[in-house]
Design a protein around this ligand. Structure first.
Ligand code: SAH
Ligand code: SF4
Length: 358
């Protein structure tokens, strides 16, 4: 028997068609949809509003539990939770929940979900644990959606809600463009989870044609670009994809995005001691970004098993920031989070593949 499709793979219209084929009225489809996205039910047995026959048919036809949470790790400060999910085919992915303390962060009670779009990643960025494990496969839209709904369910049990979703987990979202956008549409659907597009951020390594496509679609979703170096030689050594889409191409696509959407772009920069935390790189970067509606997010490198580069110091990070700010480019130096459980940016990889003993 072929593997059943995932309930989360279907938009509401898909449910309406499926159930119509079974002779069910449209309101039944809406009930299923609300069960999934308002109550976060993940087993047909929970849909007691439906007749028993329909529940059994749903159970036979669809999978409601695509992700099996197999390990949950909490950072020592309790603010970051990382979950390892087993997929039906034996692959594994990770997602992260970050709680921000209302007393110390401006975003009161922010709850950010960091979601994966692929098992592994084909882009091979040298400093990233996901890149180091290689590409396994794309996630379906339903597998992407299910990560957010898993956390929606666990947060709801504590009377909390997700406030932000970032596509910064495992994988390159623009390499799995269609499924990622379908997942966003489903999470955004007002008839279901109703998660605002403006509170969603996609981070890409810089696949220029897809930045252009994304620009043309004029979504309200925020865009972040992983830059990390300001000349093609250095960037190509860190991000092999730069050989295909060099800096000029990526930045031109970003300018088109800003022009057509009027939205600000965030550039991400993992500061590696002696590599890209130098005043020269800061000055080059300032030159590249001059006049652009943008913001630079710099973060000291998170350690990974396969890369020997070291995080910059606080002082170097501040000097880097100061050079950009003097040139009129807004820059924030982020604090690292969840390092003790390998839940920081670029540290996500399934234990199986990395042989981690945690
Ligand atoms: N594939 C996408 C999104 C996932 S990575 C992308 O590359 O943008 C999320 C962010 O973490 C990216 O900005 C990435 O460059 C960054 N990152 C990867 N490895 C890192 C590390 N070891 N330390 C800090 N940031 C890292
Ligand atoms: Fe993939 Fe992003 Fe990691 Fe690069 S940084 S290997 S694109 S997940």
């Amino acid at each position: 028997m072929p593997e059943r499709p995932l309930a989360y793979d279907l938009p509401l219209e898909g449910f309406t068609d499926l159930l119509a084929g079974w002779g069910e009225p449209a309101y039944r489809a809406r009930q299923v949809w609300q069960g999934l996205y308002r109550h976060y039910w993940n087993h047909p047995g929970q849909f007691t509003i439906l007749p028993g026959g329909l529940r059994s048919r749903l159970d036979e036809s669809l999978r409601f539990d695509p992700l099996a949470p197999s390990t949950t790790l909490e950072s020592t400060d309790g603010a970051t939770v990382k979950t390892l999910f087993e997929l039906a085919d034996g692959n594994a992915i990770e997602a992260v929940l970050m709680r921000y303390d209302p007393a110390t962060h401006s975003g009161q009670g922010r709850r950010t979900l960091c979601i994966s779009t692929q098992a592994g990643c084909a882009m091979g960025c040298v400093f990233c644990a996901t890149g180091q494990m290689g590409f396994k496969r794309h996630l379906s839209s339903g597998e992407i959606v299910a990560q957010a709904i898993y956390y929606a369910r666990t947060l709801a049990a504590a009377g909390e809600k997700a406030t932000n979703i970032v596509f910064m987990g495992m994988g390159e979202p623009f390499h799995n463009y269609e499924n990622t956008m379908a997942a966003i549409d489903r999470l955004n659907d007002q008839r279901g989870y109703n998660f605002g597009a403006r509170r969603i951020t996609i981070s890409t390594v810089g696949l220029a044609p897809f930045i252009r496509r994304f620009a043309a679609e004029k979504r309200q979703v925020n865009l972040a670009i992983s830059l990390h170096a300001a000349d093609d030689d250095s960037r190509g050594r860190m991000l092999p994809v730069n050989r295909k889409y060099p800096l000029a191409d990526v930045l031109e696509a970003c300018r088109e995005y800003i022009q057509s959407t009027g939205r600000r772009v965030t550039f991400e920069w993992a500061l590696v001691a002696g590599v890209n935390d130098t005043p020269e790189q800061a000055r080059l970067l300032a030159g590249l970004l001059k006049g652009m509606l943008c913001h630079v997010n710099a973060i000291p490198l998170n350690p990974t098993a396969g890369y020997s580069g070291q995080a910059t110091t606080r002082q170097r990070a501040e000097e880097f920031r100061a050079i950009l700010e003097q040139a009129g480019i807004p820059c924030t130096v982020r604090t690292r989070r969840g390092i003790d459980i390998q839940a920081g940016c670029g540290q996500l990889a399934s234990r199986k593949d990395m042989g981690w003993n945690i």
